[in-house]
Every structure is written in C-alpha cells, then in structure tokens.
Design a protein around this ligand. Structure first.
Ligand code: NOJ
Length: 975
C-alpha cells in the first residue's frame, strides 16, 4: 500500500520523497527577493560609495526632557528627508547599567508594532536612580559604573548612540548612518503625480520607475513598497513600507556570536566586506526548512536577536527586540572590529545594550531582562527515545521492554503525530492506540514518562472538539480581511491556527490539558499527569503558505499583521502549554515542553531542538555549534536529533552521534518516518555495547548536568560553556566551537564528529593540569595555550577534568533516572597545580516546586592543603546556600532556608560511596574522616598535580567513606 506521507515543509504527497532532494532554496527568499532587505542593503552600499554620506536623523535639542530621579530622557527626532514626520526617542539606563534605546514614529498614519519586548521581558526593567544625564549642546551624556568607567553618549546631530568604557567606544548605533525608519505613508502621497504605475523587473520584483526626492538616501525607485510576490504568493502590504534599518558597530570587538538559529559556526562568519563567507545576511524569520544546509545564514525555526561582541579586553552584547523578518549583515573591517547592519521589515527600534564587561556579566544582564531557563524536572535530563512514529500502544510497550532487556537506560518515550486520529492532536487513533492511559501507566511504572506531540494547527472539522471550541471562541488567526478564519495546509490537511496573541485563548488552552472531565468543555481525559508535551511546527509551518509559513498580511489579535509578530508567534504555544501542565496537577509539577520555534525569553518555557537535521557528519558537527549559539542566547536546554532526522546512519556514525547527544543538555534520539528503525538495542556488537556504555555514562553524570542546569536557572549562565566564555582573554579559543565545558564543573568535552578517528587534539587554554576522565592521564596545558592529543577510538569520548574541579556522579545507572534517586554518590577530586579543587552539587526532589520553599541540598566541596608547604589535603563538604546570597534570587531566601529542610532530611542517609582523588603528591599515610577511623583506600602512584609532568596521574580511591551527601564533613588525606 502506498502510504500518504507529508513531509515537513512540503505539500501532501502520495509517495515518499527520496531524501536526496535536499534543501529547496526556491522555497525561501534571499535578501534580494525581499523588498525591504534589498532596500536596506542598497542603502548600505550607497553609504559606502558616498564619502559625504550623513545620517538624515537628528535630535531636536529643544525637545529633550530628562526624567527627574531616573536615568531616562526622551526627545523628538527629525529626519531631514521628511521634515513633517516626527519620531520620538527614549533612552534609559537600567539599575544594572543596561542601556535601552527606543525610537518610534510619533503621530504617524498608523502605530508601529511595539510589543516585541513585552513578550520577551520578564518585567519592566528598573531604571537607575543614581545615574543622571547631562544635556549639552551637542549631546546628552551619562557616566556610570563602580569606577565611572562607562559612558553613554547620545549625539544630537546626527543621531548616534554610543557606549564607551574607559573612554573607548564599545557599541555604536547609527555610527555608519544607516538608521532608517520608513515612516507610514499613503501610496498617493508617496508617489508624485504622473509617475508610471508599478511594474515588474526581470527578477519579478515590484518597481516603480521614478526619481524620488530623497533618492540619495532611499534610492530612486519605490522598490517593493506596496506589494510583493514570491513563489506564487502575493503579500498585499496594506501598510506600505515600514522597514527599519540600523547599523550597530562594535569598534573594539573582532568576534560576534549569537543571533540563533543558523547552521553555522559559533563565531559568526562574515556576510559582507571583503571576501565574505556568505553572500546573504543572516536571517531571523522562523522557518521550517526542509533538509537545511549544514553551513548557511538561512533562518531556521527560532530567532533570538541577541548578539555578543567579544575581544580579549571586553564583551558587550545587544538585544534587538524586534519580531519581524530581520536580516543581519556582519563584517570585520579590521581584525579587531565588527560592523553589523540590521534590516527589519517592521516594528519600532528597541535595542538593549548590555555593557558586560565579561561574558558572565552579559549572561546576568540578559537574564535580568528575559529571565533564566526554567529548572527542568530531573528526569528531563535523561535519555529520550523518539521516532516518527511508534505506531501503537504495543509498539511502545515492546520498545520499552527491549531497552530493559538490553540494560539501556531511558527516561522518556515519545509519540509523534501518527498517534492522533487524522492528525487531530489530543485525539487518540483508537485502532492503534486503544489503551493509551494503560500504556502510559506501563511506562510510568518504571519511573518513566511519555511525551506526546501537540501541534498548533487544528484540523478544520466540526467533529474535532478542539477546533470547534477554538472556532466558537473566535480565537483563530484571521486571514488578511481580518474577519475570516485563516485556512492553510499542514499535517491535518485543511487547518486553522490558534491565535495565542489573543488572551481569550489562554484559559481555554490551559484547560485542555486537564486529565479529568471539565463538564461541557473538552479536556484530555485520555492522558495522565505524567504526559508531557512536544510543540512542533509552531513557526508556524504552513505547507501551502509563503515560505512554508503564514501569509504576512494575516491578522492577529489587536489587528497586528503576521509580519509584525511572526518571530514571537512560535514561543506563545510552549508558553501556554507549559502553564497548562503546571495547572493540571495539585501540587503542581514542573512542566516539560519541547519547542521547535522560539524567541528571546523562550528559555522560561522549556527545551528546544535543532529541528530536521540530516544523518551526516557535517550536521553532527554543526549541531554542536548551534547548541552553543542557542545557549549563549539564553536557550540553553537544547539538543539536536541524535542519529540525524533524515537518513540511515551507519553504526559508526550512530555511536558518535550518541556521544554528541550524551553531551548535549537535551538528549533525544529521533528519526524520520522513512528511516529504518535504529533504537540502540538493534545494533550489532560491538556497537550495541558502546551505545549502552554511552547511555549509562550520561546517567552516571546526571548530578553534574542537574547542577549545571541549576546554575543556568539561578545565574542565567549557559549549561554548555564555550571557550570564549570560560577564557575570555584567550584569543586562541575565540573561534572554538567543537569543544566546550559543562557548566562550571570543569569537564571539558570534545565529541568526535568525523569518521575513522582514533585520536583527537584538544585545546587547553591555560597552564593547568587536565585529567582524562576515564584513564586519569594527566595533560599539561600552557599559559600560551596548547593542543594535546587525546585517545578517541570509537568507544572513547575525549572528556577531560580541569585540575581544580570536584565532580559528583552516581555510578549505578538504572533503567530510568527516578530509580536512582536514593543511590550513593562518587566524588572525583581533580587536584590542580597548587593542590586545590572545588565543586558543587545541587539536589532537590527533581519534580515539584518545593525547591522554591528551600527544600534543597546545595553543597560545596573543597579540597585544599592543610598548610602551604604540606602535601596533606583536607576535603570538606559544606552548605552552599548559606554562603551564597544569590540563591535568594530563586525564592530560596536565606532567612527561610533551613539546611535540615524536609528534602535534605529525606536524603540524609544517602552517602558518598567512593572518592577518587587525582594528582596527590604521594602515597597517603592515612585517610580518615576528621577525627574518625582510618578509611579503606587504594593508591596508584603516578604524576602529581603539582609537578609539570604529563602521564598517568596518581590516583587515590577512598572506599565508602560513609559520609552523608547532605551533611557537613571533612576528610583528611595525610601525605
Ligand atoms: C517536523 C519535526 O521537525 C519532526 O521532528 C517531526 O518528526 C515531524 N514534524 C512530524 O511530526
């Protein structure tokens, strides 16, 4: 039988498409095919060619109004091009030194979309009450910072905003005079009488041949102002031109990172200037791209308009709160500077400048704006098994059984769209899934969970209660007329889309996920409180829409066009879904929602993955830099499909892919419906054994991952930390994106992403000892940076522990992570070159919100010499909350916190069962808990941390020291 198969990003097809078809460039615009992007780039090239180019925008000095007591001022802005058009400027400095610059058209024909920031921010930022503006003849200035090192200068004529540190410019807006806010106009007023009608040029672009009065700045023609056709779809542009062009320069920063999501390097390659890597700008326009390329500036499923600029002296960042189609050119005019040019289709100018000066400061500043990543349920860090599709309840049961037979840990089984009758999400296909709740209970019996897909398109049929209720409530997206329900095609055939911008949809959506009857209202009674959710296709993906999405002239709540809100649209579904999951149980449990589409702030709602990657080495490699880029832009709970979504990877590739996955924050295997089954137990030996070992390794390391996620939750630092973040002064590491650190654990990993590898080089940025996690071989870095060769045969993962770290593991991997909750811990103490090490461990119940009431264990472990000249080491465990005022941030207030809280008591008897100390200076004379009996230990001589030698490190194994994980203790190793 020929099965109807619909591909992501393709029309309904009767036959399956061979995967060799590849990326369909004709489905997506290039900059040259988007009127406003063409205009923006043309503006930049006119500026480049014109030595006397000057910005037409200036601040009206008579209108400057400074708020009393707050670091904020407003002023009118004029454009010499259009003296009658008014703009308003608003510049504020927040209490943490972040500068927000807003500009909007005032009293225009319409209101520009100004709500992007309100979806991204957690609260209205507090303005500084200490910083004050000084209004001068030529500029408005403010000096601030602990050493008065920062200065913001808003120059009046032309308008230019710069942030300086110690007198040096760090960030400049409109320094290249490319600022242009196209004001609203009517067709008639814009086009002088007698000019010819619009026509088509040879590239099918709409043009009007006329010479405009402001041609030196805006170009001679009205290029794509009023209508635009692409791929057979016409965008009616009822508001006319409204784009926003802005240059942002980072004069002393030679590297820029961020603006996910693109399949490219972390250190963003250039798109303009001399010999650019890409000819098109990076694009931010959430898109479902079929078989995306492994190196490209093409926009993928999510958009975070956040860019870090970095040099050995400084890190700064910007968040450009815009939600419309945005293209970003990147160029390094010199090795040490970066020019960027941002061209957006609509919206106001709303830019946050984060002054840094270090990457960690940037993370804090950005987290203060948009929030940190939610602390996930502990099980969500386990191994997830997905495929399109497990086809029946029995299929799921049998997959679970085979994982258990093969002793392979897994926490979550996933169901893709085929569980749903005619792709009506929530509604089980009862032929294949006759007993869904029983199936879920079977899975839950082993501590596991299920994740089920719920997409945002609703099949338009009255026998689908979810569609019917949404339609009756009037909460569906409207087509361009503004009153008819928009109809497009997706998996479910003719579909409608919920408009989550409409508050009327919110309560209703939250109610759907209750697994008990809600009277007249439909609710998902065929689910359990352990059914979690996957939100896919939320860019939104519309198979017959322009660029596989919604028409830009569709209308959302409040009358906003889809073009204005597109990049935010995708984040509302996981936002509301995660709220629904919290609301369905009492007491509430932490939600888990995986999203494909995302925007700034999405980190508060759950995890993301990098979409439909290919089973190729290139995709495996780029998946790592994509996860790093998402992470530094806040979206740190990230991963890529293990195995590659498309294709049938050979066993070697699959093993490497699991190694990559096990070192991603989100670890899920997934595969397209046309691929062969490839669950890890299906491989032959030796591969199967290797996969088992990788899965078990991930489970042993869950305490490390959970602690890293906790740090991300408290401080906003990413779970995966690239080199420039850990060593911000080490130039040699600025472009590294194939090796990274896990949280602050000191673990440095470089997953192998090439065929036939037996060893690999790892870069060490400092003069420090690094130990091979598995063999305890001690490598020596150098203050000048050094590459060391690490074994990397197929069964080996290049994983090092940085000297100075203590990591905590649980070495009894079980079938699922909840079954490990009471298992004992192992401490690995990696002494540094001065005989010191430090680490932390965070624990809570992993599931509820009772951690916010102080039900946690947060320990610090320190290993240090008892006296400067001695080789004797004391290892102590102490409570970290009382030492850490920042912990109050998440509600764990110091006054409320009790080290003997209910959770701590519940794990009092959980002990440390083993300690591995690497790099001791000699064989210990005695090892004992302070004041206690001699412990059983075993010493293997080897290289000491304090020497300069490389080689097998000395290793002391302390057996069952019997100390509690939740209590203070100290162990003395007398050498
Ligand atoms: C597209 C998603 O990216 C993919 O992961 C999923 O399997 C298909 N949609 C079907 O739901």
């Amino acid at each position: 039988m020929v099965r109807p198969v619909i591909f992501s990003g393709a029309l309904l097809l009767l036959l399956s498409i061979p995967t060799s078809l590849g990326f369909k460039s004709q489905d997506f615009k290039t900059c040259a095919q988007a009127g406003f992007c063409r205009r923006g780039r043309a503006l930049a090239s006119r500026a480049q060619d014109n030595a006397s180019w000057k910005s037409p925008y200036s601040v009206d000095s008579s209108s400057i109004s400074v708020s009393s007591g707050e670091a904020s001022f407003t002023a009118g802005v004029k454009s010499s091009l259009y003296p009658d058009v008014k703009f308003g400027l608003d510049v504020r400095i927040h209490d943490d030194g972040v500068v927000r610059v807003r500009m909007d058209e005032v009293d225009g024909l319409r209101k520009r979309y100004d709500e992007a920031a309100s979806w991204a921010l957690i609260a209205e930022p507090k303005l500084s009450r200490e910083i004050s503006w000084t209004v001068g003849k030529k500029d408005v200035r403010a000096v601030y910072g602990t050493k008065k090192e920062n200065e913001v200068v808003v120059s009046l004529e032309p308008l230019r905003v710069s942030l300086l540190r110690n007198g040096k410019e760090q960030v400049v807006l409109n320094g290249r005079s490319l600022l242009h806010m196209e004001h609203y106009r009517t067709k008639e007023s814009s086009r002088p009488e007698g000019t010819p009608e619009e026509g088509l040029d040879e590239d099918d672009a709409q043009v009007v041949v006329q010479v405009k009065p402001n041609a030196w700045f805006e170009g001679e023609v009205e290029d794509g102002y009023w209508e635009e056709t692409f791929g057979g779809n016409t965008d009616t542009k009822p508001k006319g031109p409204e784009s926003l062009s802005l240059d942002i320069t980072f004069p002393n920063h030679g590297h820029v990172y961020g603006i996910p999501q693109h399949a490219t390097h972390l250190d963003l390659p250039t798109t303009t200037g001399e010999d650019p890597t890409y000819s098109d700008p990076y694009r931010l326009w959430n898109s479902d791209v079929f078989e995306y390329l492994a190196s490209s500036p093409v926009s993928l499923y999510g958009s975070i308009p956040v860019m870090h600029a970095h040099s050995a002296e400084s890190t700064v960042a910007i968040f450009n709160a815009v939600a419309s189609d945005t293209w970003i050119d990147v160029d390094h005019p010199t090795l040490k500077s970066t020019n960027t040019h941002w061209i957006s289709e609509s919206g106001i100018l709303d830019v946050f400048i984060m002054p840094g000066p270090t990457p960690d400061d940037i993370f804090k500043q950005y987290a203060k704006l948009t929030g940190t990543s939610a602390l996930p349920a502990h099980w969500a860090l386990g191994h997830h098994q997905c495929r399109w599709n497990y086809i029946s309840t029995d299929d799921v049961r049998s997959v679970q059984q085979r994982f258990d037979e093969h002793d392979m840990p897994v926490d979550v089984f996933w169901l893709d769209i085929e569980y749903a009758e005619e792709h009506k999400y929530f509604i089980w296909d009862k032929k294949m899934f006759p007993d869904p709740v029983d199936m879920m209970h079977d899975v839950e019996a082993l501590g596991r969970k299920m994740v089920v897909i719920i997409d945002p398109h609703l099949k338009r049929t009255d026998n689908y209660p979810v569609y019917k209720e949404a339609s009756d409530l009037g909460v569906l997206v409207k087509s361009k007329s503004g009153d008819a329900e928009y109809e497009g095609w997706c998996w479910s055939g003719s579909s409608a889309w919920i408009d989550f911008f409409n508050p009327g949809a919110w309560d209703w959506w939250r109610g759907l996920f209750k697994n008990t009857s809600q009277g007249d209202k439909w609710s998902w009674v065929d689910s359990t409180e352990s059914t979690y959710i996957w939100n896919d296709m939320n860019e939104p993906s519309v198979f017959n829409g322009p660029e596989i999405s919604m028409p830009r002239d569709n209308v959302h709540y409040g009358g906003w066009e889809h073009r204005d809100v597109h990049n935010i649209n995708g984040m509302l579904l996981p936002n509301l879904t995660s709220q629904a999951l919290v609301a369905r149980s009492d007491p509430p449990k932490r939600p888990f929602v995986l999203t494909r589409s995302f925007y700034a702030g999405s980190q508060r709602f759950g995890a993301m993955w990098t979409g439909d990657n290919l089973g190729t080495w290139d995709h495996m490699a780029v998946g790592i830099s994509m996860v790093l880029a998402n992470g530094i832009a806040g979206m740190t709970f990230a991963g890529s499909d293990v195995g590659g979504f498309f294709g049938n990877p050979e066993p070697e590739m699959l093993v490497r892919w699991y190694q990559v996955g096990a070192f991603n924050p989100f670890f899920r295997a997934h595969a397209h419906i046309d691929t062969k089954r490839r669950e890890p137990y299906l491989l032959d030996e030796p591969y199967r054994g290797m996969l088992r070992d990788i899965l078990r390794l991930r489970y042993t390391m869950l305490p490390i991952w959970y602690t890293a996620f906790h740090d991300a939750n408290i401080y906003g630092i990413p779970v995966l930390r690239p080199h420039y973040v850990v060593f911000p002064k080490d130039e040699a590491g600025f472009s590294l994106d194939d090796q990274y650190f896990i949280g602050d654990s000191g673990l440095l990993v470089k997953p192998v992403v090439h065929k036939d590898v037996t060893e690999t080089d790892v870069y060490l940025a400092e003069d420090q000892v690094y130990y091979n996690y598995f063999s305890h071989y001690a490598y020596r870095g150098s203050s000048k940076g050094k590459h060391v060769t690490v074994p990397a045969a197929l069964h080996e993962i290049p994983l090092l522990i940085r000297g100075g770290s203590i990591v905590t593991t649980r070495e009894r991997p079980r079938r699922s992570s909840p079954l490990m909750q009471r298992d004992p811990f192992t401490l690995r103490v990696a002494l540094d070159k001065v005989g010191y090490a430090k680490g932390q461990l965070y624990l809570d119940d992993g599931e509820t919100f009772s951690h916010l009431e102080g039900n946690i264990v947060w320990r610090q472990f320190v290993a240090e010499k008892t006296a400067k000249k001695s080789k004797t080491i004391r290892i102590t465990s102490s409570d970290l909350v009382s030492q850490n005022p920042d912990a109050a941030v998440e509600g764990v207030s110091l006054t409320k916190y009790d080290p003997l809280n209910a959770f701590a008591k519940s794990v009092e008897s959980v002990r440390v069962e083993k300690m591995v100390v690497m790099g001791l200076g000699g064989k210990p004379k005695s090892v004992r808990v302070d004041g206690g009996e001699e412990l059983v230990s075993e010493f293997t001589p080897g290289v000491a941390a304090e020497g300069k030698k490389e080689g097998a490190a000395s290793v002391l194994i302390v057996k069952d020291p019997g100390v509690s994980i939740a209590k203070d203790w100290s162990i003395v190793i007398e050498v």
